[in-house]
Ligand binder design. Structure first.
Ligand code: HEM
Length: 492
């Protein structure tokens, strides 16, 4: 039975993306100016043909068309250039698996991410956020991208492995991941496998990064196995090993490994980029920053950090996270493949057709969000119930393939933002110019900012303002501000 969303009776428009070149199609435009390219598509139609090198694909530009794709995962299954390249990395885990095993996998992992489980983690989330900015000093130049990645990797290390991943291994995961997401994007935009079999330095770097992530996760699993079943810990690794031990379950050793790689990467990367983007955007929007600080100061008054009970009161902070996810969704472009002949926006698609959907495109269409380039957290305040009348807000996707970590990520980002912003105001370095170039994910990858202590820092956590002279912290990799924020896709 299909659970496709019935489409409105309307005349759909179907078009072709501008600027097609023989052989390479739109790959150069998608690679060099991806966000401008995406923004140009809705004017071409509700469903728009895009050529990825030799591959013909269709972008769902209207929210209802994207919704049909998301709500009918049996027809629009995981596949296409992105997922084909993700499989050697994530195997057949929850992000990449096809429709045949998805329901079983989701049932296995869902309990570890249900809201009550997320509530159990809020104290840990606050502690980890506090640790992130504990050693910052007034005037320090901090690599915010590195700091947020370290934070979210520590959090996933706790949830998945009860902190079994050593500090050096956790740091290495972050570094390798940066190489992987760049390489994945190039392989998605130019889906020609032969190019990536050539042993160029970039291809070798990519292969080494994938191999190291597998080895790091393999070592953690092996160590837990050596300890035996009596060492049962309350983490996702234990959920998986228990299922693998249970003869009636279909969970294999390979699946244990695939799920852990999947969750480690999916869980750390997107939330880190969301947080780094939030600090970047707040520094450019003083009024939103002022309102956020006022809320955080009121909610945390007299306490070291916001806890679980503070979450419902951090309404504006949550709006900042939501608007960051709208303005700059970390997951910005996804692919699907049709498992049968079907019709989309009135257009017939044969079996095996590649279909694309882009949260970035949907979030930046002025027909859905007036003045889409403006960063306006107020859009998400409850009194503006009509903020998303077309259902275009899809940072976590929708339907049965919706992000399993959505509740977790919102709690993590909200608490981290409130904890860090309670202590520090982060400022761009002089001369900073945004050059956001997406990789497989979107967000600032080398954002360096200066720390200014807040007057209302929470009790017991006064930032140490002993030196006003700029100095680098251990986490900071201070670099040329002209290139700060550059994702460096070019070298992938
Ligand atoms: C701000 C943070 C996050 C964002 C923006 C995000 C976004 C997304 C999106 C858009 C999808 C759907 C992909 C598609 O349609 O092809 C997805 C799926 C997924 N995400 Fe997230 N995610 C975030 C955080 C997390 C976290 C914290 C975890 C795990 C702890 C996680 C694990 C997953 C998994 C396992 C899936 C696949 C779900 C399925 O197919 O059943 N994500 N995420």
């Amino acid at each position: 039975m299909s659970n496709a969303v019935p489409q409105t009776e309307r005349a759909w428009t179907v078009g072709t993306a501008p600027g097609i070149f023989p052989s390479i199609g739109h790959s150069i435009a998608l690679f060099r100016r991806p966000l401008d390219f995406l923004n140009s598509l809705p004017a071409r139609g509700d469903l728009v043909e895009v050529r990825l090198g030799p591959l013909r694909a269709w972008m769902a530009c209207h929210p209802e068309v994207a919704h049909q794709v998301l709500m009918d995962p049996r027809t629009f299954d995981k596949g296409g250039p992105l997922y084909n390249r993700l499989r050697p990395l994530m195997g057949n885990g929850l992000v990449t698996c096809g429709k045949d095993t998805h329901r079983r996998q989701r049932r296995l992992l869902q309990p570890d991410f249900r809201p009550s489980r997320v509530a159990d983690h809020t104290d840990m989330l606050g502690r980890q956020a506090e640790l992130t900015c504990r050693d910052w000093r007034a005037g320090d130049q901090v690599d915010v991208s590195a700091a947020t990645m370290a934070l979210t990797t520590r959090v996933m290390n706790h949830v998945l492995f009860s902190d079994s991943l050593g500090a050096a291994a956790a740091a290495e995961v972050g570094d390798r991941l940066a190489v992987i997401v760049r390489g994945l994007f190039v392989r998605t935009a130019v889906p020609v496998d032969a190019l990536f079999r050539v042993p160029t330095p970039a291809n070798l770097r990519y292969r080494r990064a994938v191999a190291r992530v597998h080895a790091i996760v393999g070592e953690v699993v092996a160590e837990r196995r050596r300890r035996g079943p009596d060492d049962d810990r309350d983490d996702v690794l234990e959920t998986l090993l228990a299922a693998a031990r249970d003869g009636s379950s279909e969970v294999t050793e390979q699946e244990v490994h695939d799920q852990l790689v999947t969750l480690l990467l999916a869980g750390a990367e997107s939330t880190a980029l969301c947080l780094a983007s939030a600090f970047d955007l707040l520094a450019r929007h003083p009024e939103a920053e002022r309102r956020l600080h006022a809320e955080v100061d009121a909610v945390t008054a007299g306490r070291r950090r916001p806890g679980h009970d503070a979450l419902p009161r951090l309404t504006y902070t949550r709006c900042v996270v939501a608007e960051t996810l709208r303005h700059r969704p970390p997951g910005w472009l996804f692919t699907r493949v049709t498992t049968r002949e079907t019709t989309l926006a009135g257009h017939r698609l044969p079996l095996g057709t590649t279909v694309l959907y882009s949260p970035y495109l949907l979030h930046h269409d002025p027909a859905s969000f007036p003045e889409p380039e403006r960063f306006l957290p107020e859009r998400w305040l409850r009194e503006r119930a009509t903020a998303d009348p077309r259902g275009a807000m899809q940072p976590f996707a929708a339907g049965s393939r919706k992000c399993i970590g959505d509740t977790f990520a919102m709690a993590e980002a909200t608490l981290a933002l409130a904890t860090i912003a309670g202590r520090w105001r982060l400022r761009h370095l002089p001369g900073y110019a945004e050059r956001l170039r997406p990789a497989a994910t979107l967000g600032p990858r080398s954002l360096v900012m200066t720390c200014q202590p807040r007057a209302h820092a929470p009790a017991g956590s006064t930032p140490r303002a002993r030196s006003l002279a700029p100095r680098a912290t251990a986490a900071a990799r201070v670099q040329d501000p002209r290139t700060a924020g550059d994702n460096g896709v070019d070298d992938a």
